[in-house]
Design a binder for this molecule. Structure first.
Ligand SMILES: NC(=O)c1ccc[n+]([C@@H]2O[C@H](COP(=O)([O-])OP(=O)(O)OC[C@H]3O[C@@H](n4cnc5c(N)ncnc54)[C@H](OP(=O)(O)O)[C@@H]3O)[C@@H](O)[C@H]2O)c1
Length: 237
């Protein structure tokens, strides 16, 4: 197992839910975290939590679907923490409704955030990983990226795309000792699912479980290609 002490991790969507839990878990391991979310005040809670843990951290407000904002945010975080060792592409949004109910604007928004957001952030972080011949990238897809279901065609399409992008990227960067993992969680209890999902609460996993899993992956010594499918709760389909 390798230590994560002093490793610099950039987590998109780090203010709430899975991203917040992952930031705290990495901080407990001595990692330094850089967080991206859309608004400055969304960091209020996590700022306090990270300060209590006494770790170095940085935050930057940016919409991941805006490439210019992403470049500024990554630049700010790298200026404060240094070059990024670990990228967790986690920011994402959902949309439910039948194919005909979902407007083309909603389709574009989902693909812009859930797919292009990952592309912009990865493009901003990857050159320094390639230069240093090391790095870890974890992309958060979803079980909806493995199977489409009624009422979530746009979300599924965006999450299928994340898997395709991640698999292609893995093959390109493994020669630089950069690991790319793609996770496909099922239901996790966060703001994304809490309001809209009336299913049995026992079927939800907790963001902390996923965070622990990510940290255990990052601690592996293995420097080769990794493809991971983390299926957590009972199959919701
Ligand atoms: N919860 C689940 O059951 C589940 C299952 C499988 C996969 N996932 C995936 O896991 C990831 C995290 O989901 P979550 O459940 O933790 O959601 P969440 O609790 O709603 O948190 C989403 C995070 O992403 C940020 N965010 C959203 N849109 C953004 C944008 N355009 N630019 C920058 N930041 C943005 C949010 O902050 P702001 O709103 O302040 O920007 C927040 O920090 C998503 O990719 C989701 O698709 C979730």
């Amino acid at each position: 197992m390798q230590s994560l002490k002093g490793k610099k991790a950039l987590i998109t969507g780090g203010s709430r839910g899975i991203g917040r839990a992952t930031a705290l878990e990495l901080a407990k391991e001595g990692g330094e975290v850089g967080l991206v979310a859309r608004t400055e005040n969304s960091f209020d809670v996590i700022r306090k939590e990270l300060s209590q843990l006494g770790v170095k951290f940085a935050v930057a407000a940016a919409d991941v679907s805006n490439e210019t904002e992403v470049q500024h945010a990554v630049g700010k975080i790298e200026a404060e923490l240094g070059a990024i060792d670990i990228l967790i592409n986690n920011a994402g949004v959902g949309a439910s409704g039948s194919f005909m109910e979902l407007s083309t604007d909603t389709w574009k928004k989902l693909l812009d955030i859930n797919l292009m957001g990952m592309v912009y952030v990865t493009k901003a972080v990857l050159p320094s990983m390639i230069e240093r011949n090391k790095g870890d990238i974890i992309n958060i897809s979803s079980m909806s990226g493995l199977k489409g279901t009624e009422g979530s065609s746009a979300y599924s399409a965006s999450k299928f795309a994340v898997i395709g992008m991640s698999e292609g990227l893995m093959q390109e960067v493994r020669r630089h000792q950069i690991r790319v993992s793609v996770l496909t969680p099922s239901l996790v209890e966060t703001d994304l699912t809490r309001d809209g999902d009336q299913r049995d609460p026992d079927r939800f996993t907790q963001p902390e479980d996923l965070a622990e899993y990510m940290v255990s992956l990052l601690k592996l010594e293995q420097r080769s290609f990794i493809k991971t499918s983390a299926i957590w709760a009972t199959n919701p389909f």
